[in-house]
Write a protein that binds this ligand. Structure first.
Ligand code: PHE
Length: 466
């Protein structure tokens, strides 16, 4: 088949190389880096968590990321942007498209709750701008602020109000869908090029603020999060959490990267760009996420923060922290605004795979795809809002879709790349547009070690949860 540049269906392509990297990094850097990561690390051995975490990054994250970039571009060159199309050309049989069901389901379902949290971030940023969130040091003030905002009374699931939340959700939806409608280069890429540098600036300001608080307290806060508990390493749960976090954070195993990379050109490189995007994600996660959220919460609240779930930490504990910090109103605003930007660059990447599928699979026009998806997603988000009374419920949900299904898709992709696409073709096609292809030892890892590692983790997962 011809492998010429303009072959991508609909002709959509990324504009510039830095633009693609920022778009993929935008997808990767999100709430996972700032809220999910600190929670996971603190619950799974503190500093010791970094060991399984970095092993998962090297064994699963980066290799699978390269496999997705390579297969995605391969499919894109043959005119396919959606995972079903890409899988069918990669496997040379149309039947393979059914394997792509999780690659559409996962981003769509995650979007439905992710966008609600994105709207919370925007609302919290606005509440700092107006000063409404500066309520002193009583923890109950923040719990009830949150309860009023999401429209849930403290005792249960009653859906009593939450009107302002509705407006924020609708606004957030509108921003997402306008950008998606504008397309990959004019919407997603343009937005990420401005959002990512802005996020770095905001996050660094908050980091400097936190680290320049009285040093004994900072030290205790960092110790609370990072003191290693090596006993946790004997626990299968820790290893599972580490690899789940790597997938969630890098957006690997979601059907997202494979879609984004299908808009690459033949002369674009995949290996260095993929690695750059992963490295940016790790910088945001370990250096910024790992040093801000939990240490700051501990400095002001002490060990009381330990028992809160990830979302409780972000929306109940942190506002209390900012209220007690010098110039907290300003830093609170920067923080939640930065979270909002991080979230939106991620949620865009959850919509694009489904849009591509509607356009390609059903031959819909852009406007029709965007409208249909908008209706489905809005209904789903309404459902999530109705049931998010329990913050814990969100954590549970996040575990099943954000961890379990992703393993399944990661396994499908590893076997597909290593055994069906084949590492010889992998070597050839990953090297297009650059001097480097995927290194040979990584090719062998993808073929043998990655499926094995995933299989072992999966067995532990089943034993733990059934
Ligand atoms: N990687 C994003 C984060 O860390 C989440 C995400 C998941 C984005 C799946 C796209 C697809 O928050």
């Amino acid at each position: 088949q011809p492998a010429s540049d303009p072959a991508s269906s609909g002709g959509e392509q990324w504009g510039t190389r830095i633009g693609v990297i920022l778009a993929v990094a935008g997808s990767a850097v999100g709430l996972g880096n700032f809220l999910r990561f600190p929670g996971q690390a603190a619950q799974n051995g503190g500093g010791a968590f970094l060991l399984p975490y970095f092993i998962s990054l090297l064994v699963l994250g980066i290799p699978l990321c390269w496999a997705e970039w390579t297969m995605g571009r391969f499919g894109g060159m043959r005119g396919f942007n959606s995972a079903p199309g890409i899988f069918s050309v990669v496997c040379r049989t149309p039947k393979a498209r059914y394997l792509a069901v999780p690659a559409l389901l996962i981003p769509l379902v995650i979007y439905m709750y992710y966008v609600v949290i994105e709207a919370w971030c925007l609302a919290y940023a606005c509440s700092y701008a107006t000063g409404a969130l500066m309520q002193g040091s009583d923890p109950d003030a923040y719990t009830s602020f949150f309860g009023n905002f999401v429209g849930i009374d403290q005792d249960g699931a009653a859906f009593s109000g939450g009107t302002s939340l509705m407006y924020f959700v609708l606004f957030t939806f509108a921003v997402n869908f306008v950008l998606i409608y504008r397309g990959v280069a004019r919407g997603i890429e343009v937005f990420c090029k401005f959002a990512i540098p802005l996020m770095v600036v905001c996050a660094l300001c908050v980091l400097v603020r936190v680290l320049t608080l009285p040093w004994e307290k900072v030290e205790a806060g960092l110790g609370f999060m990072w003191n290693p508990d090596f006993a946790a390493l004997a626990n299968a749960e820790t290893w599972l959490a580490a690899s789940g976090q790597i997938f969630f954070s890098l957006s690997v195993g979601f059907g997202v990267i494979i879609n984004y990379s299908s808009y690459l050109k033949k002369k674009d490189d995949v290996v260095l760009s993929g690695l750059t995007a992963c490295s940016m994600n790790e910088f945001f996660e370990v250096c910024l996420g790992g040093l801000i959220t939990l240490p700051a919460a501990f400095i002001f609240l002490g060990t009381a923060v330990g028992s809160q779930g990830t979302f409780g930490l972000g929306f109940n504990a942190l506002p209390n922290v900012f209220a007690q910090m010098p110039a907290g109103q300003f830093f609170g605003f920067l923080w939640f605004f930065m979270l909002f930007l991080a979230a939106i660059t991620s949620s865009l990447s959850m919509l694009q795979p489904v849009i591509a599928f509607f356009e390609e699979g059903f031959g819909l026009q852009r406007s029709a795809s965007v409208s249909v998806l908008g209706i489905i997603a809005l209904a789903g988000s309404g459902f999530v809002m109705y049931f998010s009374a329990e913050l814990k419920a969100l954590d549970t949900f996040d575990f099943w879709v954000g961890t379990f299904l992703i393993f399944v898709l990661a396994m499908i992709q590893a076997v597909m790349y290593g055994w069906v696409f084949g590492i010889e073709r992998g070597a050839k096609y990953s090297a297009d547009g650059s001097h480097l292809g995927i290194p040979t030892f990584v090719q062998y890892m993808l073929k043998f070690l990655v499926p094995l590692y995933l299989g072992v983790i999966f067995i532990f997962f089943v034993m733990d949860n059934v």
